[in-house]
Design a protein around this ligand. Structure first.
Ligand SMILES: C[C@@](CO)(OP(=O)(O)O)[C@H](O)COP(=O)(O)OP(=O)(O)OC[C@H]1O[C@@H](n2ccc(N)nc2=O)[C@H](O)[C@@H]1O
Ligand SMILES: Nc1ncnc2c1ncn2[C@@H]1O[C@H](COP(=O)(O)OP(=O)(O)O)[C@@H](O)[C@H]1O
Length: 304
């Protein structure tokens, strides 16, 4: 998360997207969630959130698409603007836990596609917890904020860690920060339609992966030994997502014809990414993709 304080009554946060380079489904739990093991990396696509203290007790959110700054259009990526938005839910949770009734105006500029497996809503919610804690001088520790984050969503605590890479376990909220000092170049494509995380988990099966596979992948990425990563990358949600959305198969077919280091779907989809050898290759792969696939295509790096 990148943040700045232009003046003390306002906080601007740049909330990054994430990719899952490894995601195994280890066990279905009695509470309906699944125990997972995931290597998450934050990457350079950002939503921007401006939080301004409001003298009333109101919490008001406006949502705009980047580059238009108009209220969002009616697309397949409708982001809720009221109490259902994860940003508002995060602020409401903070109010309920601390008893504060102070108000906030929030402007959310969306760049991270929704229903993509890129964690946009989760990152926005983490930004809201962070910013409201600052603006309202609530004094919650990072650990306390991560505890609240886990009540809202499994992926949100990751976005409240200092580290830009982590192995996440439990339902995603148990975070082991790892260091990946290499600059990795990704092409990310999000087709026109998305998928609901709950729908994909509903169709998934417990997977099997070899011992220490996530640790070996992390070590190879960290040391720049990229020849093995295509065999170590894993996403147990990809097969059920492919059943639900055929665009993922089109992207898989496209990436399998490129000489990228590895390729896979992120999280519960529908975004699909390739790990490229360098920036030039990423730009070439993205240019060809833009002329064949409708949707969003990004060239990004991991955040160091
Ligand atoms: C798949 C992953 C991989 O990072 O990311 P996304 O694709 O959503 O970005 C995560 O596990 C998603 O985390 P998150 O998006 O926070 O999910 P939550 O809001 O907690 O849960 C949404 C629904 O997904 C299912 N769910 C989620 C997490 C988990 N470990 N097991 C589950 O079964 C549950 O049915 C839950 O009701
Ligand atoms: N601030 C937000 N940004 C994006 N989606 C949000 C937000 N708040 C609530 N949502 C809802 O959550 C759903 C999933 O969020 P998203 O970030 O797209 O998850 P994923 O990581 O699975 O791509 C969206 O379809 C949308 O309806």
């Amino acid at each position: 998360m990148l943040f700045s304080y232009p003046h003390s009554r306002s906080v601007t946060v740049h909330a990054p997207a994430k990719l899952n380079l490894f995601l195994s489904i280890d066990k279905k739990r009695p509470d309906g969630f699944h125990d997972i093991t995931s290597l998450m990396l934050s990457v350079g696509i950002y939503d921007t959130l401006v939080f301004t203290e409001d003298p009333s007790t109101e919490v008001a959110l406006s949502v705009a698409e980047a580059n238009s700054l108009q209220p969002q259009r009616d697309t397949d990526q409708q982001i809720p603007t009221g109490e259902d938005n994860l940003v508002v839910r995060a602020v409401r949770l903070l109010q309920a836990k601390t008893g504060t009734q102070r108000g906030l105006r929030i402007q959310l500029i969306k760049r991270i596609p929704a229903e993509a497996g890129l964690g946009g809503g989760s990152s926005d919610a983490a930004a809201a917890l962070f910013a409201a804690n600052q603006l309202w001088h609530l004094g919650l520790s990072p650990e306390e904020l991560r505890g609240l984050a886990a009540e809202l969503g499994s992926d949100i605590p990751f976005f409240l860690t200092e580290s830009n890479a982590a192995i996440c376990r439990g339902r995603g909220e148990l975070i082991e920060p790892v260091s990946i000092p290499q600059c990795l170049h990704f092409v990310i494509a999000r087709p026109q339609s998305g998928l609901s995380t709950a729908d994909v988990y509903r169709q998934c099966r417990v997977g099997t992966h070899s011992n220490n596979q996530v640790e070996r992948l992390t070590r190879d990425l960290a040391s720049g030994q990229f020849h093995s990563i295509s065999h170590l990358m894993l996403n147990d949600l990809q097969a059920p997502a492919e059943q639900l959305n055929s665009d993922i198969l089109i992207l898989k077919d496209y990436f399998s014809k490129q000489s990228v280091l590895g390729h896979m779907m992120s999280g519960s989809g529908t975004a699909y990414f390739g790990v490229c050898q360098n920036r030039a290759q990423a730009s070439q792969v993205a240019a060809r993709l833009r002329s064949t696939v409708k949707g969003h295509v990004f060239v990004v790096q991991n955040r160091l």
